[in-house]
Design a protein around this ligand. Structure first.
Ligand code: 5AD
Ligand code: SF4
Length: 447
């Protein structure tokens, strides 16, 4: 059934705002799917909604304040007479729990990262005027049966969750505290979902996990991540596979080899380095040195010379000297990321790094961030310009930016817009790149 038609018969409206990572985007899609059973159809207009949910993220600083501000704004939608339900889920909900109900008397629901399955019951209660907070972590046996199967909006490309949580406890990171321990989903369940999606016409699968390439490492009788990729590639109808997010320390030779021996695996990898300084990496507890990271990159480029590497960098970690920072810049020059997500360090409550002394002021960190972004802009531009004139296979996913254009992704993950008929949506088209923009390519269909 097309996504929109699923909601045609529903009589109540749900407005959901999502912050943060792909995990949250997926969770929100799952919420929309679950609440359709209670009669809620999605809307983009909070003032028209019968229920407003915020799906929150706390990975970087200021997250709580952002949510509090948003909640204060949303109060105006709590209409007189008709009771509109307001709820908060995700990582800030996980962290703050009941406190949120106390702070915001007009808030009805607080649900943590392990409690999505309780939401239908909580919403039914809220419709009767009950206020409820659920943030307990649940045990692993139960979690294995609660991995989401997601309806999702795209007909052609879907995320499939393969693991959740994180055991790495990088010293700056709040994820292990708000998402809980790492758990790998049963491969049989993953493959059943992929087969079902293929039957529905899905052509691209993005395997998703907080630390996707540690899949199966701590589980008996399950394949490791490289084997899982081979198994997914065997599913008929699936033509492209991507995955995110990988940890450099779990980037095994077998997984690197997949980029050479699994033709369906796209030439794109998100491999966050976080820093180019060994001293900082050690303080971050990342479990690799700069040289080890670069060695993985070298091997990746050997098996797939055109691989598009993206990454994350944290600037201004406690103790980061000018020399440390410059080592990060030289790492960037060596890796040559296609795109880089860079963040100013912010202390997260309860993490190890929050106990460290911070010598840099916020504005000093921002100066470094700007230097880094300037360098990255240049690298992205140089890499993208080299694609001009090349032919890329594009999986056409929808209408393009301009009228008469259609749009899709190249193998390396870049968006390509080009003139074409919408009847081509769903097919793979050879497109010559004629212009490179900062975030997309303009192309023309090969005649
Ligand atoms: N401060 C700044 N950036 C952070 N990230 C995670 N925790 C913090 C923090 N405390 C960044 C990392 C991670 C990305 C999702 O967010 O780069 O890879
Ligand atoms: Fe956070 Fe590190 Fe786990 Fe990534 S690997 S979620 S940065 S603790």
């Amino acid at each position: 059934m097309p996504y929109k038609d699923q909601f045609a018969m529903l009589d109540k409206l749900l407005y959901i705002e999502t912050f943060g990572c792909q995990m949250n985007v997926n969770d929100s899609e799952r919420i929309v799917t679950m609440l359709a059973d209670l009669g809620y159809a999605p809307t983009n207009d909070p003032s028209a909604a019968d229920m407003i949910l915020l799906n929150t993220c706390s990975v970087r600083g200021g997250a709580e304040e952002k949510v509090y501000k948003r909640l204060a704004n949303l109060r105006i939608y709590k209409r007189d007479g008709k009771s509109q339900i307001i709820g908060v889920g995700g990582c800030v909900a996980q962290q703050e729990g009941e406190e949120l109900l106390k702070k915001f008397p007009y808030l009805d629901l607080v649900f943590g990262t392990h409690n999505l399955h309780l939401l239908p019951d909580m919403v039914s209660g809220a419709e009767r005027g009950e206020r409820r907070s659920e943030t307990a972590f649940i045990d692993n046996d139960q979690r294995l049966d609660l991995f989401p199967s997601i309806k999702g909006q795209s007909r052609l490309s879907r995320f499939v969750t393969v693991m959740q949580g994180c055991d790495n406890f990088c010293s700056y990171c709040i994820v292990p505290y708000v998402r809980g321990r790492e758990i790998s989903r049963r491969s049989a369940d993953i493959l059943a979902e992929v087969r079902q999606l293929a039957d529905e016409g899905v052509k691209e699968i993005v395997l998703l996990g907080q630390n996707v390439n540690s899949y199966g490492l701590k589980t008996d009788n399950e394949p490791d991540f490289s084997r899982l990729i081979h198994l997914v590639a065997e599913v008929d109808g699936i033509e492209r596979i991507r995955f995110t997010t990988s940890h450099p320390k779990d980037m095994s030779d077998d997984l690197i080899a997949c980029f050479g021996n699994v033709p369906k695996l796209c030439g794109q990898i998100h491999l966050p380095a976080q820093s180019g300084s060994d001293a900082v990496l050690k303080q971050m507890k990342r479990g690799y040195t700069c040289a080890a990271y670069l060695e993985k990159v070298r091997k990746l480029k050997m098996v797939r010379p055109d691989i598009a590497i993206t990454g994350d960098i944290i600037v201004g970690f406690p103790g980061e000297s000018e020399a440390d920072f410059e080592q990060t810049l030289s790492l960037m020059n060596e890796v040559r990321y296609m795109d880089l997500f860079s963040f100013v360090y912010s202390a997260r409550p309860g993490t190890k790094a929050a106990e460290l002394n911070e010598e840099l002021t916020r504005s000093q960190k921002i100066v470094r961030l700007e230097r880094l972004m300037e360098l990255q802009k240049r690298i992205t531009r140089e890499i993208c310009l080299r694609y001009v004139g090349t032919v890329q296979k594009v999986m056409v996913e929808g209408e393009g930016k301009r009228p008469g254009q259609i749009s899709g992704k190249a193998d390396n993950g870049r968006i390509v817009n080009f003139s074409g008929d919408s009847s081509l949506i769903g097919s793979f088209i050879d497109v010559r790149i004629i212009q490179a923009y900062p975030n997309s390519f303009l192309g023309e269909q090969l005649k």
